[in-house]
Design a binder for this molecule. Structure first.
Ligand code: NAD
Ligand code: UDX
Length: 460
């Protein structure tokens, strides 16, 4: 029986950070070391001020405070941590490839391969290597073949252990997961990982499968979840034409236990680092096996999402009498969902880009996203120079500043604090007619109309 005493996790990001923090918290006798090439990120994880941690997640800083420098360590010494550990999690990024074959579709596995080569190069003893990153089905075969060629004939076992946490609720998802999925070939290695999760997860919730089912289940789960959002968003457009109300429809269908009530909230479009990337990857895999119908079917989820983002932006322009040139539009929210500072693939970025192309003056406020991050995101699209972006887009420290003198306000993220805003004050300081575009169905129509807003929300 393998008794794991030292764990190393390569990649101290949104997944590696919270996941290892919870493992360290639940397993005080295991030493957990998170390593990353990004020295700035590691320094932020080590910073004395817990407000400076690189990732914001409710409940995370408390766990870091309890475990850091006790059995949880953050370091840039990757080789050393690999060498010492009996179990290594690979939790590096697997972004959509932006060059060469599969550009814009396939997952870029260069970081995964680099990790496997590094493990093969520096190991002096056999190890269990756990795929935590989301990867295309059959990636374990690549990792295995690299490890098998390691010098000294060391014994490696590769496990697939996809992570299902959602940002904004990462800690509670990790502490109380719906299930833990472990794919592998060696019973001994599977048991070693199971032993770790069993410290706090009911064994009934720990599912073991073969490697390929586990790898494919992660892509499939994200595709199904995103498909629900695109499905309800498709219905939201039909609601607007017919007098139906999308929340009423969602409640009505969600009470069917076969459908279920979660993940049926119409929105300006899903964002985040996972849904689009993982569906594109799934579509690409299907195409490589010549499964055209399968690929086309899933690709539609992305096309619908793109449509939802652009129709929201178009609606703003059309409502503002077909021009937003020189008009101030306040954007409330930049993160891709509430309770996170992550902005990857956020719908806000695409809506902003559309409005900037129409020469609007954007005034942005987000409770957790910094001005530099907002400029970095909009510059990264490369639609216009960074000087132009700074001329047209300003970032504000509170919603009242952002909305002052605006022709319109658009809500892009469902932060709870937007419900608590004094909307009367906002209205009083805006130009008339005061337009309010609610991309998250966050506010109450009647209330907003009584305050004098021209209120639009998706799906009614
Ligand atoms: P991230 O970009 O926040 O973190 C990845 C980290 O890996 C970065 O800090 C990067 O510097 C580091 N890294 C890359 N190559 C390295 C190397 N060779 N050596 C050391 N460090 C290296 O990414 P993330 O959001 O944590 O996602 C990681 C993986 O988990 C992805 O495959 C993603 O699809 C998957 N995933 C993400 C989520 C989520 O909500 N973000 C949820 C489930 C699964
Ligand atoms: C997702 C998966 O939920 C998680 O299991 C996986 O591990 C990583 O990808 P995440 O992207 O962090 O997690 O957040 P999620 O809550 O799934 O939201 C994704 C996007 O969909 C957000 O932009 C959110 O606002 C949007 N969404 C979600 C909706 O628009 N409507 C919904 O009903 C649910």
């Amino acid at each position: 029986k393998l008794n794991i005493k030292k764990i190393c996790c390569i990649g101290a990001g949104y997944v590696g950070g919270p996941t290892m923090a919870v493992i360290a918290d639940k397993c005080p006798e295991i030493q957990v070391t998170l390593v990353d090439l990004n020295a700035e990120r590691i320094a932020a994880w080590n910073s004395a001020d817990l407000g400076e941690l690189p990732i914001y997640e409710p409940g995370l800083s408390e766990i870091i405070e309890r475990t850091r420098h006790k059995n949880l360590f953050f370091s840039t010494q990757v080789d050393k941590a690999i060498e010492e550990a009996e179990m290594i999690f690979i939790s590096v990024n697997t972004p959509t490839k932006n060059y060469g074959v599969g550009k814009g579709m396939a997952a870029d596995l260069k970081y995964i391969e680099l990790c496997a080569r590094q493990i093969a190069r520096v190991s002096k003893s056999g190890k269990i290597v756990v795929e935590k990153s989301t990867i295309p089905v059959r990636t374990a075969a690549t990792i295995k073949s690299i490890l098998e060629d390691a010098e000294g004939g060391l014994e490696f076992h590769v496990l697939s252990n996809p992570e299902f946490l959602a940002e904004g609720s990462a800690i509670s998802d990790l502490i109380d997961p719906d299930r833990i999925l472990i794919g592998g070939e060696s019973d001994e290695a599977i048991q070693a990982l199971k032993d770790i999760y069993q410290r706090w997860v009911n064994p009934d919730k720990i599912l073991t499968t073969n490697l390929w089912s586990s790898e494919l289940s992660k892509l499939t789960a994200n595709a199904f979840l995103a498909q629900r959002v695109s499905s309800i968003n498709a219905i939201s457009e039909l609601c607007e034409k017919t007098g139906a109300n999308v929340d009423e429809v969602a409640t009505a269908i969600g009470m069917d236990s076969r459908i279920g009530s979660k993940f049926l909230k119409a929105s300006v479009g899903f964002g985040g680092s996972c849904f689009q990337k993982d569906i594109l990857n799934l579509v690409y895999i299907a195409r490589t096996y010549n499964l055209t119908e399968v690929a086309d079917y899933w690709e539609q989820v992305i096309l619908m999402n793109d449509h939802q983002k652009s129709r929201f932006a178009n609606h703003i322009v059309n409502t503002l009498f077909n021009t937003v040139n020189g008009k101030r539009i306040a954007m409330l929210g930049w993160a891709f969902k509430k309770d996170t500072n992550d902005t990857r693939e956020s719908a806000a970025i695409y809506v902003a880009d559309h409005l900037l192309t129409e020469m609007a003056q954007l005034a942005v406020y987000d409770p957790k996203v910094s001005a530099s991050k907002i400029y970095q995101d909009i510059d990264a699209i490369s639609t216009r120079s960074s000087e132009e972006n700074r001329d047209l887009l300003s970032v504000h420290l509170n919603p009242y500043e952002a909305c002052r003198g605006a022709h319109a306000v658009a809500i892009l993220t469902e932060w709870d604090e937007f419900k608590e805003i004094d909307w009367q004050t906002i209205k009083d300081n805006m130009l008339n007619p005061a337009f309010l575009f609610d991309g998250r169905r966050l506010l109450d129509r009647k209330e907003m109309e009584n305050l004098g807003f021209k209120y639009y929300t998706l799906g009614e």
